[in-house]
Design a protein around this ligand. Sequence first.
Ligand code: NAD
Length: 441
Amino acid sequence: MSDRYSQIVNAPILATVARQVGLPQPVDLDRFQPGKPVISGPVLSGAAPGGTLERALKGVLDEIGAERAGAEGKAKALVFDASGIADSTELIELQRFFYPAVPRLRHNGRVVVLGTTPALAGSARAHTAQRALEGFTRSLAKEIGGKGATAQLVYVEPGAADQLDSTLRFLLSPRSAYVDGQVIRIAEGVAPAPDIDWDLPLAGRTALVTGASRGIGAAIAATLARDGAKVVGLDVPQAEADLRAVVEALGGDALPLDITADDAPDAIASRFAEGIDVVVHNAGVTRDRTIAKMPEDRWTQLMEINLSAEERVDDALLDAGLLNPNGRIVCVSSMSGIAGNSGQTNYAASKAGVIGMVESLAPTLAKRGATINAVAPGFIETQMTAAMPIGPREVGRRVSSLSQGGLPVDVAETIAWFASPATTGVNGNVVRVCGQNLLGA
Ligand code: NAD
């Protein structure tokens, strides 16, 4: 972190004062560097009796060359297989594992709790006990956030243990730096997972990124290109120069186009007449006003850009059969769409609608061997948030378990995980990239 607040609260003398008045002290979050291992540091794993995921977990840890923690000493990650917990009395296994383990967790550490999808856990008692894992994991995330550490819960459907690989790699690595307190649901894969080069998981894949000329969209384009994708960046014609500068530096192509234009769905379908692997609906705007002061055109313009145009583009690509096998649609929702926000009825409606689009299309896409998921960013450091008044801006940054805003790359890394051809068991998920922001959590 290099913003003014962290410089002030981390200065030696002021740090003491800041601690005394209870100001949160943000920890520098590790971010992924190409060529680095998935996790650098020992992993401590454990399991409740009757667990079904231990073998799959061991397989992933072996494959990534993870060092195992001994009986003592620090650990970079704690992974607990809670899938065998079938009764509330057995939840004590969480206390038995984490009580001695949490003090051993390093800064920027990772906690992953693995469970069984509650509704498929086999009995009412097992469903109840598995559901309890959510409260546990979210609270643990709040307890360790001060160390820059995160905790997530991954529910795995019975029979889907072989789908853990790409999700565990993401959650254990610095790629998930700003994803915290989330619940991820893994099901059987929608398509056979291909053999991939984990350093270039998107090699040979074509990706469309809307709103790519700046901010989060530019970071998505860069991250997908880093992972091997051929990126086509789209933005409004007025932003063409910036768009070209971003995508051409990545070896990609520019598609200057207003997604709300009448001919946009056809233009996109023609551009990808050979097929497309990954569609990222990132373009979005805010047009804030309370509903009592919201003129119709302000509502409509936003809804067109943030939601209706995306639906038309999806329909055009799907109707023409242009989304390739094992294809991906990834949407960008927002914390506002989950929690609501005063002055943002239009924005929050559009972003909740994006979640509806993910829920409604997931079964259709699964039948075609494809997936649709969404990220819901919290406070991300972009031009949009830099323009906020200092008060709300500082509050927006600090009211998360990690006491800081996220970076565009944090959203991009989460999208890259969804987009990976290995992530075939994650469909219909909405994952917040918000550092466990307390608003609407
Ligand atoms: P930004 O304003 O920097 O970028 C948005 C891009 O979308 C711009 O390049 C813009 O030209 C493009 N765009 C707008 N209308 C378009 C249209 N009709 N056709 C094509 N392109 C269009 O915003 P950002 O902060 O990078 O946000 C990106 C996405 O993330 C948006 O969907 C936003 O709602 C979402 N989001 C951002 C934050 C945050 O904290 N910055 C938080 C939650 C969600």
